[in-house]
Design a protein around this ligand. Structure first.
Ligand SMILES: [Zn+2]
Length: 378
């Protein structure tokens, strides 16, 4: 392996707290880091371990509105709890906690640095596990996301004249990123997610395809609940692979949320770690310069396993099935009894699978009929 891989990290990732009742736990980052480190995946000479920087406000302004940033900044340093529902700040999903602005700037700084490593510093891949806050809007927090690191970094890439493909495999629709580039043909957004029928953020249907010059450059593949690895991989074969080849981007940005795994408490998909490995190999084998971001994942053990597997593939290392001893001790202290890195193979029940497959075929048909021709396909 000649081209380096950048791993962006800060021990500060796990030091911010959304509150005890909130499903997002910063500890996931420390667990993922420990597992990756104990597998020896950070000592490879091709690894660049980079301390995550804070983003400059100027970078944030490429997407976020100044009044929103000012409110976030003001609330962040205030000891008394504050809320502004116009910006969705201070509600149950998007609590205000000490340092929330710093946390959000850190997230964006990491994704900007990942982009810089790939575009300017000769890295083949860069991974910011603290990135992937795909629900944040220009002047509104949403879905635990305050600032949209992917949009801010993609804006920097587009300013350089690069064409970007963004692929999002989180269980939730990547609505904030889609919206930011909905009229822009310089960015192709593809989101694979659980259907919004009764699931946050209630968007992400195949007929959302972009508008004006951006028509055809927003792609949505919703899955019915219980969709499993077979349907996830089928969606790559039928939609993601052909569209990426037709679009031929200069850079790939992916949101690698792991909340579509079976044991996640928020989503109802039934993927296993085989899907995470499949997606990681697919993105690596595309040969594109690749900026990988974290994302959702509300089972801490799944987060650690999913992103260790991802980073192993990025490094070209086949990880053993057993977990490192010290990591098992850490897990045991947290009450987890798992011993294996990968999930056992799993298939959804036949009737659930057939229902989910029929719905997915309907979505494929819409995309093949209405969107593929816009790319000279079909
Ligand atoms: Zn999610």
């Amino acid at each position: 392996m000649t081209e380096p891989r950048a791993f962006i990290y800060s021990s500060r990732f796990s030091q911010f707290s959304y509150g005890l009742e909130h499903p997002f736990k910063g500890l996931r980052y420390r667990l993922a880091f420990e597992l990756i480190e104990e597998y020896g995946l950070l000592s490879n000479p091709a690894t660049r371990l980079i301390e995550c920087p804070l983003a400059d406000e100027e970078d944030l302004l490429s997407f976020h509105r100044p009044d929103y940033l000012a409110a976030l900044k003001e609330f962040s340093g205030d000891a008394t709890p504050r809320a502004n529902f116009f910006y969705s700040l201070g509600d149950a999903d998007n609590p205000i906690f000490p340092g929330v602005y710093e946390w959000s700037r850190l997230v964006c700084g990491g994704t900007l640095e990942a982009a810089r490593q790939v575009v300017d510093q000769g890295c083949r891949v860069a991974f910011n596990m603290a990135g992937g806050w795909h629900h944040a809007h220009a002047a509104r927090a949403s879905g635990f996301s305050y600032l949209n690191d992917a949009v801010v970094a993609i804006n920097a890439l587009v300013r350089r004249g690069l064409r970007v493909a963004y692929v999002d495999i989180d269980a939730h629709h990547g609505d904030g990123v889609q919206e930011a580039f909905y009229s822009d043909p310089r960015v192709l957004t593809i989101s694979l997610h659980e259907t919004g029928d009764d699931f946050f953020p209630h968007t992400g249907y195949p007929d959302e395809m972009g508008r004006s010059e951006g028509l055809g450059f927003a792609v949505n593949v919703p899955f019915q609940r219980h969709a499993d690895d077979r349907l996830f991989m089928l969606a790559f074969e039928r939609i993601v692979a052909p569209l990426l080849s037709a679009y031929a981007p200069d850079v790939l940005v992916t949101q690698m949320g792991v909340d579509a795994l079976r044991a996640d408490p928020l989503a109802r998909l039934e993927l296993t770690t085989a899907s995470i490995e499949f997606a990681a190999r697919f993105f690596l084998n595309s040969g594109l310069p690749w900026i990988a971001l974290g994302g959702g994942g509300y089972n801490k053990f799944n987060v650690a396993r999913g992103w260790a597997l991802l980073w192993g593939i990025i490094q070209g290392v086949e990880l053993p099935e057993g977990l490192p001893d010290h990591f098992m001790e850490t897990l045991a202290a947290l009450g987890f009894t798992h011993r294996r890195l990968r999930d056992q193979p799993h298939r959804a029940q036949d009737d659930d699978f057939c229902r989910a497959r029929r719905a997915l075929e309907r979505s494929f048909a819409v995309l093949e009929k209405n969107l593929f021709p816009l790319h000279g396909m079909g």
